[in-house]
Design a protein around this ligand. Structure first.
Ligand code: PLP
Length: 400
């Protein structure tokens, strides 16, 4: 069975050119880059080339790039470094729609005694900037606002927010895990202090990320150990994956135009095709101000997990807007924050494309999905009555 992979905000296929670039570092170039001999110097050269490639994608200086193990580590390092730099400031601010790497960290810090502001969004997924700016106070240690949302693709005005936050002498971090490689990022224009990026979202392997730290930003490592990364992250570098990330960033830079033309066109064709063929479907979030590869769409009266299971029968891989665990539904915090009605939250599916998707993939989804939704609606007492709802499991069981 063929696989139609449209879940690229979850993870991406390693680009074959990235795979080729990392191979020598898994085989022959195995020395520890910190060692003194020339053999190690060869390895270290690969590491430093990768640093330059990442810096170039971000419009940054190579010295401002710290290699980490993933986006989550980068997010945690940034926030913990900031609160350590200003121990007397006990207020921190973020948004209601962050990825759990930030959301759960801020909730954890709230339990530890920090006062946390979670800025709300409107029905289009736009941040309430009045509330954000009103809550920037002398006690604020750090503000973290994602560049683009992983579920809806909505892009936040990070340049403007960073400027306002910096004018008040507060540290600013942005989680750019979903934005990097999909839309241009230029740290010369955006005065953020720190930025997180993850390799496996832009066609590098899992287990590598970076934290950008602007020169002069107060910083403390999360992993205390050896002198690697100029003392900013202890632990022997994952050289092969770092080389892969460097290559992936170089390729992403070359593919930015394609993301905004071919990938965007495919996404739009998928979105418009589904809206035409399936009644009572809505797109979540601002359709203009959005990543070119992402669409989150809610189908009234059906459950996301049932849709995913039925699409899986055809090899279509996507994500739902809720997690169906232990017979209970946990609707997406992002869609809830946007006030999406429950009837649509539960039937929400996120499609996220990449440069590897084709017109044929879109044709296939447009052929298979409408009958799946129609079949699930036939089985749904909600759809018949527009009244009460069945449980997640019951609809999945009857769909199979
Ligand atoms: N931040 C955002 C916006 C994400 O979408 C993700 C992953 O989905 C992460 C952080 C976490 O990245 P990683 O899986 O590399 O830890």
């Amino acid at each position: 069975m063929k696989t139609v992979y449209v879940d690229n905000n979850a993870t991406t296929q390693v680009d074959p050119r990235v795979f080729e670039a990392m191979l020598p570092y898994l085989k022959d170039l195995y020395a520890n880059p910190s060692s003194m001999y020339r053999f190690a110097g060869e390895v270290s050269k690969g590491l430093e080339k990768a640093r330059r490639q990442v810096a170039s994608l971000l419009g940054a200086d190579p010295d401002e790039i710290v290699f980490t193990s993933c986006g989550t580590e980068s997010d945690n390092t940034a926030i913990r470094a900031a609160i350590q730099a200003f121990p007397e400031r006990r207020h921190i601010l973020t948004t209601r729609v962050e990825h759990p790497a930030i959301k759960n960290l801020f909730e954890h810090l709230a339990k530890k005694g920090w006062r946390v502001t979670f800025v709300p969004v409107d029905s289009k997924g736009h941040l309430d900037l009045d509330i954000l700016y009103r809550n920037l106070i002398p006690e604020t240690a750090v503000v973290s606002v994602m560049w683009a949302n992983n579920e809806t693709g909505v892009v936040f005005p990070v340049e403007e927010i960073a400027r306002e936050v910096k004018e008040r002498g507060i540290l600013f971090h942005t989680d750019a895990v979903q934005a990097a490689g999909k839309i241009p990022i230029d740290m010369k224009k955006v005065p953020a202090d720190m930025l997180s990026l993850s390799g496996h979202k832009l066609h590098a392997p899992k287990g590598v990320g970076i934290l950008y730290v602007r020169k002069g930003t107060p910083f403390a490592p999360l992993l205390i150990g050896g002198h690697q990364e100029h003392g900013r992250r202890g632990g022997t570098e994952n050289v092969a994956s770092i080389v892969a990330l460097g290559k992936a960033c170089e390729l992403a830079q070359g593919h930015l135009d394609e993301e905004n033309t071919r990938v965007r066109r495919l996404r739009n064709r998928l979105e418009e095709g589904l809206l035409e063929r399936i009644p009572r479907a809505i797109v979540h979030g601002d359709r203009e101000n959005r990543l070119p590869n992402t669409v989150s769409i809610g189908f009234e009266g059906v459950e996301g997990e049932a849709i995913l299971l039925m699409m899986d029968e055809f090899g279509i891989c996507a994500s739902s807007g809720s997690a169906c665990t232990s017979g209970s539904l946990e609707p997406s915090h992002v869609l809830r924050a946007m006030g999406v009605p429950f009837s649509h939250v539960h039937g929400s599916i996120r499609f996220s494309l990449s440069r590897f998707n084709t017109e044929g993939d879109i044709d296939f989804i447009l052929e298979k999905l409408p009958p799946i939704i129609a079949r699930l609606r036939e089985l749904s007492p909600y759809w018949k009555t527009r009244g009460g709802r069945r449980t997640c499991n019951s609809q999945i069981m009857s769909a199979l």
